[in-house]
Design a protein around this ligand. Structure first.
Ligand SMILES: Nc1ncnc2c1ncn2[C@@H]1O[C@H](COP(=O)(O)OP(=O)(O)OP(=O)(O)O)[C@@H](O)[C@H]1O
Length: 345
């Protein structure tokens, strides 16, 4: 739920309306067994939780790293659910001062799971407080100012911190090192997304065939949040059209929303078009690309780029972003053609 790229983008994993939050809540897997894909992470988490249960202690702190919409919040909820512990949720941007964090930490009950979304956006002063809290379940609260300032130690209840980040590179090493386990969530394979969709369609009571599921899955950018969102649009389309959720309905619905067969939307296409036409395939720096499409560099770096790299349309080089041969081919262009196309971006 980080920086939204705004508008009505269907394939923006960061943009979420109230209605969608409620919709997602209904589809969220409640146990590790129900959680589709991420096999390695599931196995690692299961082991960590089982070991803690045998020793009757709070599980180690967990860092969940990966692009938005891959299931970090869901996994945090599952950790609480599977261990029968209460869950408290907050986010980095909500912790602007050490005092904000002290208030949260001091209110934790023994064994509670504390989920901090976008943990890389927390205030620096709070990060330092968190080091001690994670290590010793203790914080020092500063009282007074200047020469008369004193620090009062405060013992905390043992807790498990589950941090989520789309930018693990931005976390300072001392914070990263205090997590007992870091899970790197990967984009989902098409087969896994089909599984996510099959489960969601059953929960929503939408009859849908395998071919239609495949068509939605392949346009979902490896992201369950997007898969569920596209399914919702297809369900609406089928309802209004009256023809059922056929593969034709999927194609018509997603064409209507400008999501192409690779799952690229307007912003992805704008980035690719700028890279190919204006910069003749690159290399181009991230900031230049972002300014050229009128978007935040952070959105390009954490949302657009990882997907374009993953599907092989661009690559990152030390000198900047470069279009690959597949990138040129997908847009039916070749190097040196910009004069033909002009600057019609
Ligand atoms: N492995 C999965 N199996 C089934 N559904 C999933 C899975 N992962 C995510 N989902 C679905 O996708 C939705 C989005 O997941 P979630 O909110 O956990 O993502 P996130 O990584 O926390 O995103 P953000 O960083 O934007 O908060 C969930 O509501 C759930 O319905």
């Amino acid at each position: 739920m980080s920086e939204s790229r705004g508008g009505e983008d269907l394939v923006d994993p960061t943009a979420q309306s109230e209605a969608e939050i409620a919709f997602e809540g209904a589809l969220r897997p409640r146990s590790l067994a129900e959680f589709v894909g991420q096999r390695k992470v599931r196995g690692q988490l299961q082991l960590l939780l089982d070991a803690a249960a045998i020793q009757d202690r709070t599980p180690d702190h967990i860092l969940l790293a990966g692009p938005p919409g891959l299931g970090k919040t869901t996994l945090a909820m599952i950790v609480a659910q599977e261990t029968g512990r209460p869950l408290r949720m907050t986010s980095g941007p909500a912790i602007q001062h050490a005092g904000d964090l002290a208030a949260v930490l001091s209110a934790l009950v023994p064994g509670e799971v504390l989920f901090v979304d976008e943990i890389h956006r927390m205030a620096r002063t709070a990060e330092e407080m968190l080091y001690l809290a994670m290590e010793d379940f203790r914080i020092d609260i500063m009282v007074g100012k200047g020469a008369g300032a004193t620090s009062i130690p405060l013992d905390l209840s043992p807790f498990t911190l589950v941090g989520a980040t789309t930018r693990s590179g931005l976390l300072p090493n001392p914070l990263r090192d205090r997590f007992g386990f870091t899970a790197h969530l990967e984009f989902y394979e098409t087969e896994e997304l089909i599984e996510v969709l099959r489960r969601a369609a059953a929960l929503l009571g939408v009859p849908i065939g395998e071919e239609a599921l495949l068509e939605i899955a392949s346009r979902s950018r490896g992201t369950p949040r997007i898969a569920n969102r596209l399914l919702r649009r297809v369900r609406d389309f089928a309802l209004v059209d009256g023809g059922g959720a056929s593969v034709e309905a999927v194609r018509a619905a997603l064409d209507l929303y400008d999501v192409d067969e690779l799952g690229l939307d307007r912003l992805d296409r704008a980035v690719m078009t700028v890279l190919l036409k204006r910069f003749d395939g690159g290399p181009v720096g991230l900031n230049t690309l972002a300014v050229s499409v009128g978007e935040e560099a952070d959105t390009i770096e954490s949302v657009v780029e990882p997907f374009l790299v993953r599907i092989g349309l661009i690559s990152r080089t030390p000198r900047g972003r470069v279009a690959t041969r597949a990138g040129w081919a997908h847009f039916g262009l070749s190097r040196g053609q910009d004069a033909l196309f002009g600057d019609d971006l």
